[in-house]
Ligand binder design. Structure first.
Ligand SMILES: [Zn+2]
Length: 325
């Protein structure tokens, strides 16, 4: 990379969308490498079950239920105080993708679902910005650099009849073996450093797939789909919000309730819920209460994650009962 490459890294920027396992490991590698400006966006908070694979977080973060974006920002600052690091607690969706991602030279996939990935793909193709897909399930991981107009995009790869099963397994239904995360995020971060240091000619251009259990490593050619919805027909259905539901699955036994932009006064809500006899835990970023068998976590932007049910009707009814319509 040389001195010239190092200098370019200092002036470079990347947005990391999702800071769970892969996002945290990649963010750490880029912060240590000296990428000048990093934005880490995550919608969730740290839980004990994350610690087996999510390298930036510790038991104290889980005890205080810190949002991952905040915990990540704090840890990354300790690793490198000379770069700009910003944690954003939020959920990247059709309504805010432009606002959260505009101006970044590269987008890194740290998400856990294909809906958000296809949204990132729409954004990146439309904006002409590269992004790096990465995913891990079980002991298997995969990563691929998407450069709009030059390589296949994620819609080229996924929106084909034979891509079905890949869309259904998620890390919450089968779990993730910790070591595969380091491997996938290293492959992702290496390509990011090539792009951000002005060494695009060094990109290998292959779809890399690996399984740390079987030891099988594959490097595959990916070809563009001549009829691709996103990079050929320029139909950005995810970015235009057509595919964005109001309530989405979010983990093994949880759903997320997306509210249209709604600034909640968490302190007032805590007082109200406490007066109603509920036990409420709160920090600066979120509030949590349980009403067995459910537990609800509410964020300042009006989003809530309901644990204990995947039934949208239950989620809507509890949200309306405790937070108002
Ligand atoms: Zn495409």
């Amino acid at each position: 990379m040389g001195e010239e490459g190092q200098r370019k890294l200092q002036g470079a920027s990347a947005a990391i969308v999702g800071c769970g396992a892969i996002g945290a490991s990649t963010a750490q590698l880029l912060a240590r490498a000296g990428v000048g400006r990093l934005r880490v966006i995550d919608r969730d908070f740290v839980e004990p079950s994350n610690l087996q694979r999510q390298a930036l977080f510790d038991e104290e973060d889980a005890r205080s239920a810190l949002p991952k974006a905040i915990a990540a920002e704090r840890k990354l600052r300790q690793l490198n105080s000379e770069i700009q690091i910003e944690g954003v607690v939020g959920d990247v969706g059709a309504g805010n993708a432009l606002e959260l991602l505009a101006g970044f030279a590269l987008i890194l996939d740290g998400t856990d679902n294909f809906e958000t990935r296809l949204l990132l793909n729409d954004y990146a193709v439309q904006a002409g910005v590269p992004w790096i897909y990465a995913a891990a399930v079980g002991s298997y991981g995969i990563t691929y650099v998407i450069r709009p107009g030059e390589t296949a995009c994620l819609a080229c790869l996924l929106e084909t009849p034979d891509a079905g099963p890949m869309m259904e397994e998620t890390c919450d239904t089968v779990g993730v073996l910790g070591p595969v995360i380091g491997l996938v995020s290293s492959l992702q971060a290496a390509e990011a450093l090539k792009l951000l240091s002005g060494n695009a000619q060094a990109l290998h251009g292959r779809l890399m797939a690996c399984d740390v259990w079987s030891g099988r490593m594959q490097s595959l050619a990916a070809t563009r789909n001549a009829q691709c919805r996103a990079c050929v027909r320029h139909e950005y259905s995810y970015l235009e919000g057509e595919a964005q539901p109001h309530i989405t699955m979010c983990g093994r036994d949880s759903v997320q309730i997306h509210e249209r932009r709604r600034a909640l006064d968490l302190a007032a809500l805590r007082d109200r819920l406490t007066a109603a006899g509920l036990t409420v835990k709160q920090n600066d970023f979120l509030l949590r209460f349980s009403t067995p068998p459910y537990e609800m976590t509410v964020f300042g932007d009006g989003r809530a994650i309901l644990k204990g049910s995947t039934d949208p009707a239950v989620a809507r009814s509890l949200y309306a009962r405790y937070l108002g319509a």
